[in-house]
Design a protein around this ligand. Sequence first.
Ligand code: PLP
Ligand code: COI
Length: 354
Amino acid sequence: MERNWIWKETEDFRMEKKNLDWANLGFGYMVTDYRYVSNYKDGKWDDGALITDPNVTLNECAGVFQYSQSCFEGLKAYTTEDGHIVCFRPDMNAKRMMDSAERLEMPVFPEDRFVDAVEQVVKANAAWVPPFGSGASLYIRPYMIGTNSVIGVKPADEYQFRILVTPVGPYFKGGAKPITIKVSDFDRAAPHGTGHIKAGLNYAMSLHAIVTAHKEGFDENLYLDPATRTKVEETGGANFIFITKDGTLVTPKSDSILPSITRRSIMVVAEKYLGMKVEHREVYFDELKDFAECGLCGTAAVISPVGKIVDHGKEICFPSGMEEMGPQIKKIYDKLTAIQKAEIEGPEGWVKVI
Ligand code: PLP
Ligand code: COI
C-alpha cells in the first residue's frame, strides 16, 4: 500500500523488538528502558531528560501524598506495517492536561514540550512498541504531581512532569467480546466538580465502585449524572457511544464527564468517513432500551462493545447480543483503528510519526 503521505519527514529507526509474548499481553505495567522527567521549581520547568530509574523518591509531605495533587493522560503508539512508529493525537492530550493542571492549581506543561517529550520517550523505547499485527500497543502515561512538602491545604510550589510507557494488550480481558456493566449506586463526579478533567482523585473516587462491580460479576460501571441521576454519563475509564435503530450515533454530552479524545475522533470518523448521523447530546437512561448497539470508547478501551446493562436486576440487552460487536460499531472500530495505525489516511494532524 502506498503510504508516502505520511513518511515524508521521518527518519527510519527500525529497532529489534523485545522478546515478549505480545499477543497475550493484558493491560498491565512493566518496567521499560526510559522515562521522561521534567521538574518545575521557582516558577519554571527545567529542560527535562530521559532517565532509566523507574522509581520516584519524594519527601513524605509532598503535595501529591497529602492532598492528591496529580493529573495524568493516556495515549498510545503503534508500529505500522512497514516498521514505523506512530502515535495518535498527542496534541489533544497535551491540551487536556493543560486544562487539568489549571483546574488543580498546577503549572501547565506547554503543548509543544509535551508532544516533544512523548516523541523522545517513545523513540527511546522503540523496542517496546509492540510489532504490527500483534494486537498490542505501547501505552503512554504522562502525569504530573506536586512534589514539595505541603501541610496546610494549598497547592504545592514544585512539580514533576513524567511520562512512563508500557506495552499493553486489551483493557477488557475478552478483547472484542461484549461486556456487561452495572448502573453504579455511587457517583464518580460531582456537579461543578472535577469530572471533566483527568485528575487522579477522580479515579480514587471510582475504586470502591469498580471493586464492587467486579465482585458482583460486572465488567464496569455506568455512572449516572450526579445532579439528577437520570442521564447517562460515562464509565470509570471510557465514554459511551450508542447506535439507534436507524443507524444514528448518539453520545452523551455532560459537563462532568471526561472529554474523550477517542470519542471526539469517532464523531468525526462516523460523520465524515462513514456518512453517519451523529448526535452529541444529553442521553437519558430511559432511552437506553431503544438503542441497537452500545460501546465504550477511550484510549485504553479503544471501542469495547457492551452487550448488557443491568440496573438493580433489570436488564437492558442490546440487540447486537453478547457474542460480537454490533455492525455499526464494528464499522467505526475498523475505520478508527485503521487511521490510528496509519493504514489509511485520517484527518490532517491526527497521526504523529515518531
Ligand atoms: N473517560 C474517562 C473517565 C477516562 O479515564 C478516559 C480515558 O482516558 C476516557 C473517558 C477516554 O478518553 P480518551 O479517549 O481521551 O482516552
Ligand atoms: C485511558 O484510556 O488512557 C485511561 O486513562 C483510562 C484508564 C481506565 C486506563
